[in-house]
Design a protein around this ligand. Structure first.
Ligand SMILES: [Zn+2]
Length: 539
């Protein structure tokens, strides 16, 4: 018998919750070579693994959990946004504009100024976006791009000029250039109109992109997240993620869904898949960065999700379906035929119904498809009949309370209170046997391991508590981000629970997230996050 290798890291804690079914909490965990080496019910039970280079963490009051997954977020977008003017901290427009003024004061004239994208105008005191006039009052020396999420922008006049947008500019199909009563652009661009600006923005260098991803992934790690499933990676950005990985800049594991939003024809889908095949053939996947599949969207979000009953106060408006079902069927079928997985955004009940029709036909055509090949992203307004179908078809669903948290007011205006409260029926999904996994949808919702657990257990939102009957328990909420998330990505053998041989992806919490006061849960941050045996965050 050879002696076991000494541990790289040994943690003694009040409780190590392995999340292995039926297993009582442990008191010590040892990590060697990026894997869990051993667990012990006694705090000193692994002391035999201590060698000269072992880092020993004595945390007798702490709780250890697996690192969390965010199964639906936008890390690439966060990397673009992270060095922007932090307008998400503003509470009113004066504060919002003040932050931009501050940045302008130390930015050379002529250089673009852009904001972070993770904010909501309904959460500002004035409940609206800034106007072009207000932005011009801040600076005429700099083009200013105020951006919210991916599809909403407000520009100042200097930026409008650089983007070539004036009275005579036509928006691309599906895009909106908002105009005042004289036909002049107000500075507001929606949906595909943002492309008019994107094409004139100075392109960040590769080094800037990598630094953006380093900062953004470190911020995820600081909240206890070890893996981000990025649900909208432009295919050309795979190279950027690759370079970030090579430079040691990814503090989280990444599971990438390549954006299929621009792929509308079979030829375009094939071209996308060709590039993904090249990635696969070159063996560029590893445990840190893995290409998961393709992302499509069948309907819009808060203000364009496709619903069966009309929008509140708009008797003729039922939201937007972005695909003809037959065309989406052909696209999804092509993706799975070539051995890739598909996640499709569905928000309203009509969107989800039509998507399940499509998925059902794909499964009928291809009965041997591995489970988890087809995933519903959000499935926000999931009615009983649709839940039953998703469960019967074995289709997993990613759910995001933080999205509901930030969007509840906006959603209530569009759909009314009842439908807003019916979003994300987690209690029902679990009771009915669905595989659901937790995420944030950052930049729309805030990310963070425990802010999500807090939200799923309280159903608290910016509009107050909505649909409390859909709340789930804390242990269930933790499982959505760990055990279930690993099942969703097909990695249960190595991630999601702490067992010998599994990846050493874990978090150390200064209080027990399973029974600390509920208000503390919301702000609870880990003292340490470990991924692949390496500490990615420490406080
Ligand atoms: Zn998303």
């Amino acid at each position: 018998m050879t002696a076991p290798a000494p541990a790289d890291l040994l943690i003694r804690a009040a409780a190590v919750h392995t999340l292995v079914p039926g297993e009582p909490p442990r008191r010590a965990v040892a990590v060697t070579g990026g894997r869990i080496a051993a667990l012990s019910p006694a705090p000193d039970g692994l002391d035999g693994l201590i060698g000269p280079d072992t880092e020993v963490v004595d945390a007798p009051g702490s709780t250890v959990l697996p690192a969390f997954d965010d199964t639906h977020a936008h890390l690439v977008l966060a990397g673009h946004s992270v060095h922007g003017v932090p307008v998400h901290r503003a509470r009113d427009l004066a504060g919002f504009l003040g932050l931009i003024r501050e940045r302008a004061a130390r930015t050379p004239a002529g250089e673009w100024i852009h904001t972070t994208v993770n904010w909501q105008e309904v959460l500002l005191a004035e409940q609206r976006m800034p106007t072009v006039g207000e932005l011009d009052a801040v600076t005429t020396e700099h083009p200013v791009l105020v951006r919210r999420g991916a599809y909403n922008m407000v520009l100042n006049s200097a930026a409008l000029r650089l983007a070539g947008i004036d009275e005579s500019t036509e928006a691309p199909p599906g895009g909106v250039i908002e105009r005042d009563e004289h036909g002049r652009p107000t500075g507001r661009l929606v949906n595909r109109a943002v492309e008019l600006v994107e094409r004139v923005l100075p392109r960040p260098t590769l080094a800037e992109r990598i630094e953006g991803l380093r900062a953004a992934s470190a911020a995820f790690a600081a909240t206890g997240i070890g893996t981000v499933r990025d649900c909208l990676v432009p295919v050309e950005d795979l190279d950027v993620l690759d370079a970030a990985r090579a430079g040691g800049a990814l503090a989280v594991r990444v599971r990438a869904l390549v954006s299929g939003f621009a792929a509308r024809t079979p030829e375009q889908v094939d071209a996308l898949l060709d590039r993904m095949d090249d990635w696969r053939a070159a063996g560029r996947d590893d445990d840190r960065l893995r290409l998961w599949g393709v992302k499509f969207g069948i309907d819009g979000g808060f203000e364009a999700g496709a619903v069966e009953e009309p929008y509140q106060d708009q008797p003729c408006y039922h939201g937007r379906l972005l695909w003809e079902p037959a065309a989406l069927l052909a696209a999804v079928d092509r993706v799975v035929e070539r051995g890739w997985r598909v996640g499709v955004h569905a928000w309203g009940d009509r969107g989800l119904r039509v998507l399940l029709d499509v998925f059902e036909r794909v499964l009928k055509r291809r009965p041997g498809l591995p489970p988890g090949t087809l995933v519903v992203e959000h499935g926000g307004l999931a009615r009983p009949g649709q839940r039953a179908r998703a469960v019967a078809l074995g289709i997993p669903v990613t759910v995001q309370h933080p999205l509901l948290h930030d969007g509840a007011l906006t959603q209530q205006r569009a759909w009314g209170e009842e439908r807003t409260a019916a979003l994300f029926p987690l209690r029902e999904w679990l009771d009915e046997g669905a595989l659901i996994a937790g995420g944030s949808d950052f930049p729309v919702g805030p990310y963070g391991a425990m802010v999500s657990v807090w939200g799923m257990t309280t159903r608290d939102t910016t509009a107050g508590v909505v649909g409390p009957e859909h709340a789930i328990g804390r242990a269930e909420a933790v499982a959505l981000h760990t055990v279930n998330a690993a099942r969703l990505t097909g990695e249960s053998a190595v991630r999601g629970s702490l067992r010998p041989g599994a990846f050493a992806d874990l978090t150390v919490w200064p209080a027990n997230p399973l029974d600390c006061p509920v208000d503390a849960l919301r702000e609870l941050r880990p003292t340490r996050t470990v991924v692949d045996g390496r500490t990615t965050h420490r406080s």
